[in-house]
Design a protein around this ligand. Structure first.
Ligand code: BGC
Length: 849
């Protein structure tokens, strides 16, 4: 067994510790009572009462069940005003390959749910990273079904043991954001079973309490239907075949049908009020199109969920976890982000020292002057865009953290040019109302043009306020001080129809009235902007007035939104890059943080390519040419091309690290925490090699023609070499694989046993990976697939024996003829190693016919 080192590994036990679960609470009486209540009342429970809560039913002792987004934290319903613990993105935490860490995260999330009065957390996302350009890639765990299933199982069980429901999403075929509410995923049944349904099946077996039906449609055996009205998927596979006894909830505004969705197995339409059920569903029952027993079954499932989360009378209130800025949460999140970091390169320094080792971790004696460079060093991109968004209590900044971690060093910060297309958001300090008070004046008018509400918001980020029922028009007015001489650019980007005036002159308008689609496609985060360039000689003030559309976004509510940005005169991109090169030249070490930004990675759209935005490749190359000790830190959730990867001294993949960003980076650079991450996806070297280069629907369909060859399996099939393969990560220790054996285990599985030795002078963590290949009798089987893994902490110089269970399912295939799983006989090669391409030892296991 793996040796666990005293004091090295966090116990991952903050947040809410498992208590006796309410899981077995007997809800049969309340379910029986519910059958007696009027049909209208039952149906009321089947659509959200609000955007985030179900109706209360005092006659059943039911309080509202509250839902909130995850997986990056628990945002809550938006009413509590509390900051949220902000975790590293799921793709980051998946890079730890650590199920114990996932359980710890789940406990932290459960504690957050307790603090925010939330019963159901809309997480985890177990769609696969089918294409590296996928907009929600950062929110998924991995490109591999087994890794996804195992990590998500730890998360879901950890959460539910603490009495909080998980909502496993998005069921199914939701691997693309382009046209996400309308495309049909066309996946053959074997691929569906073995790849895309596999994590959902594992989570249902582990007891998930809710599953979220996706926006897209899905065609199975040529029969196509939206995921919310897909009888084969919901009633057939999920409920009848897998025995799911929980609630199928629709993705937000995904349900379009009344009878079809109700009959297909959807249980709950979110959000509400309104939508396609309500009175229409009552009528469908009355007119005999939907049996009342179908309604009773949905009510029973919701009441069972209510029992599980403690929403029925008599349940104990759930424990609240510690605050997101408490020392234990801060320490946990710092360690999680540091552990997740992947060492992609760590070259041996140009040194005469006898104990030559990689440049990382940095030796403080040799890093007295550190130049910290990059737009993402100045503004780390800590979380991707979209519904998983949470507001953290703080973000640990790299500069502060490096200064604290290297107290004897001079650490300087240089942006090296902006990487965003848009200007920076206007700061609160830059805006004044027409009366001269700090902020932006927002006035709401009724039909007759009378002002019925007037509010001052601190800045444009807050320009998203509740709208009065009687308001039909809204105007935002502000004065912006332009002090520095030179060219200023103001960007004004309202959502929907609008008119914009600058100093009283109309400079732009749109008559395009928008609705909920701007929320669904995330375009309300980046509406088109009107640009105004102003050449300033002496300080002046400009006035901006926006007549903005009130967006009626159905159950998401009515809101007004506009973005205001300002680019002040400053150094040009060329000058900033040159400044950074000068700083690097004078430093002992240059740490360049490159990455994506909120314009790049988000729900709502896919990326067109894998390029780093702006001139970051040029920045890296010029800094590296100026200083051989250049360490590049990649701050991105999904793959980006790194053409200089093997030309710089070291490269770390730092992910979207969450609120403890800076502190985690410092811990990695000093070596206080080993960056023991392993890539949960393949890093391409060239866009031309990418097996699924985009997910754009063609004529409304996405065909999963690569079949079983998702991610690394496709790279193996084609024999292509990526920049770094699936499972790659150097860590800070060095390992030998000494002995390997495989034996039959219980329930048709295998037990793989391997001895590994930590050949380095420091204690280390290894992620041992086991892959299977079959003889060539089935050409559709992947060349090699992941079958098991384990994380081991081993002291310097020690040997550890690691046992890895390979479940029977890993040997099986889906037979479309038998409509069942089969274990094809023949010889299976079992390989163990450090990554999908660094396989050290192998054994053969034969399955008899
Ligand atoms: C997303 C879901 C999310 C829901 C509620 C949808 O647009 O696809 O993942 O849980 O919104 O915010």
């Amino acid at each position: 067994m793996a040796t666990h080192l005293e004091g090295e590994v966090c116990e991952w036990s903050i947040g809410v510790t498992p208590t006796a679960t309410t899981r077995d609470l007997d809800t049969s009486e309340v379910i029986a009572a519910a059958e007696q209540i009027p049909l209208e009342r039952k149906v009321e429970l089947l659509t959200g009462a609000t955007t985030w809560a179900l109706a209360a039913m005092p006659e059943l002792g039911l309080r509202p069940v509250v839902l909130s987004d995850g997986p990056i934290g628990v945002r809550g319903t938006g009413e509590d005003g509390l900051a949220s613990a902000q975790l590293p993105a799921p793709s980051a935490t998946a890079a730890t390959w650590d199920e114990e860490l996932q359980r710890g995260i789940a406990r932290l999330i459960a504690g957050e749910a307790g603090r925010k009065g939330v019963d159901v957390v809309l997480a985890p996302v177990v769609n696969l990273q089918r294409s590296p350009v996928g907009g929600r890639h950062f929110e998924c765990l991995a490109e591999d079904p087994l890794l996804t299933a195992r990590l998500a199982t730890a998360y879901v069980t950890g959460l539910q043991e603490a009495g909080v429901a998980a909502s496993v999403k998005h069921f199914a075929g939701n691997e693309t954001e382009t046209e996400r509410t309308s495309y049909i995923a066309r996946i053959d049944e074997r691929t569906l079973r073995e790849v895309y349904l596999a994590p959902f099946e594992a989570l249902v077996a582990a007891g998930a309490w809710t599953v979220m039906a996706a926006y897209n449609g899905i065609a199975i055996d040529g029969v196509e239907a939206t995921a919310t009205a897909n009888e084969r998927l919901l009633r057939g596979i999920l409920k009848d075949e897998w025995g799911f006894d929980g609630v199928v909830v629709s993705d937000w505004l995904a349900t379009r049908d009344t009878d079809a969705a109700a009959s297909a197995g959807l249980d709950l339409v979110m959000p509400g009020p309104g939508g396609p059920w309500g009175e229409k569903l009552v009528a469908a029952v009355r007119e005999g199109r939907v049996p009342e027993s179908v309604i009773d079954d949905k009510v029973a499932r919701i009441l069972r969920l209510a029992g599980r989360v403690g929403a029925l009378a008599g349940a104990e209130p759930r424990d609240a976890g510690p605050d997101p800025d408490s020392p234990e949460v801060v320490a946990f999140l710092r360690e999680a982000a540091a552990r997740a970091t992947v060492v992609l390169r760590n070259s041996v320094r140009d040194t005469a020292a006898p104990r030559a080792r990689g440049i990382l971790p940095l030796d403080p004696a040799e890093a007295r002057r550190i130049a910290l460079i990059g737009h993402n060093a100045v503004e780390p991109f800590v979380q991707g865009g979209g519904s998983a968004f949470v507001t953290p209590p703080h973000v640990s900044q790299p500069l502060d953290a490096l200064r604290a971690a290297f107290p004897d060093a001079a650490v300087t910060l240089h942006r090296g040019g902006s990487t965003t297309v848009g200007a920076p958001a206007l700061a609160a300090s830059e805006v004044r109302t027409p009366d001269g008070d700090p902020g932006i004046l927002v006035e709401q008018f009724d039909d007759g043009g009378a002002c019925i509400a007037s509010t001052i918001v601190p800045d444009a980020a807050a320009l998203w306020l509740p709208i009065h029922d009687r308001a039909t028009a809204v105007r935002a007015s502000t004065h912006i001080a332009l002090d520095a001489p030179g060219r200023h650019t103001i960007e004004i980007a309202p959502v929907g129809a609008h008119r914009v005036r600058v100093d009283g002159v109309q400079i732009g308008e749109s008559t395009r009235v928008v609705g909920s689609e701007v929320v669904l496609d995330s375009s309300y985060h980046n509406p088109p902007a009107h640009l105004v360039d102003l050449d300033v000689e002496e300080a002046l003030t400009v006035s901006v007035e926006i007549d903005a559309q009130i967006v009626d976004a159905e159950a998401y509510g009515r809101f007004v939104r506009a973005h205001l940005r300002h680019r002040a005169p400053g150094r040009s991109l060329d000058e900033e890059i040159a400044d950074a090169v000068v700083a690097a030249t004078a430093a002992d070490v240059a740490v360049v943080v490159v990455g994506t930004n909120p314009e790049t990675e988000s729900e709502g759209w896919d990326r067109p390519d894998l390029e780093l935005p702006g001139r970051q490749n040029e920045l890296v190359r010029r800094v590296a040419a100026a200083n051989p000790n250049t360490i590049v830190v990649v701050n991105a959730g999904a793959p980006v091309l790194l053409p200089w990867l093997d030309e710089v001294a070291a490269v770390l993949w730092w992910w979207l690290p969450g609120q403890e960003a800076g502190a985690s980076l410092a811990a990695v650079l000093t070596g206080e925490i080993e960056p023991s991450g392993r890539l949960p996806w393949t890093l391409p070297a060239d866009m031309a090699d990418v097996p699924v280069p985009h997910g754009t629907p063609v004529d409304g369909s996405i065909r999963y023609t690569e079949g079983l060859d998702v991610g690394h399996r496709a790279w193996d099939r084609r024999g292509l070499t990526p920049a770094r393969e699936f499972g790659y990560g150097l860590g800070y220790a060095r390992w030998s694989y000494d002995r390997f054996a495989v034996a039959a285990a219980d329930r048709g599985g295998l037990l793989a046993r391997v001895d590994i030795t930590n050949r380095s002078a420091r204690d280390g963590r290894e992620v041992v990976q086991v892959y299977l290949s079959a003889d060539g009798s089935d050409p559709d089987r992947p060349v090699r697939w992941l079958a098991g893994f384990a994380v081991a902490d081993v002291a310097a110089g020690e040997t550890a024996t690691i046992d890895i269970l390979i479940e029977r399912r890993s040997l099986q295939s889906w037979s479309t003829d038998a409509s069942d799983w089969i274990t094809p006989p023949g010889a299976y090669r079992v390989s163990v190693g450090r990554s999908s391409r660094d396989l050290r030892l192998e054994a053969v296991h034969t399955v008899d016919g």
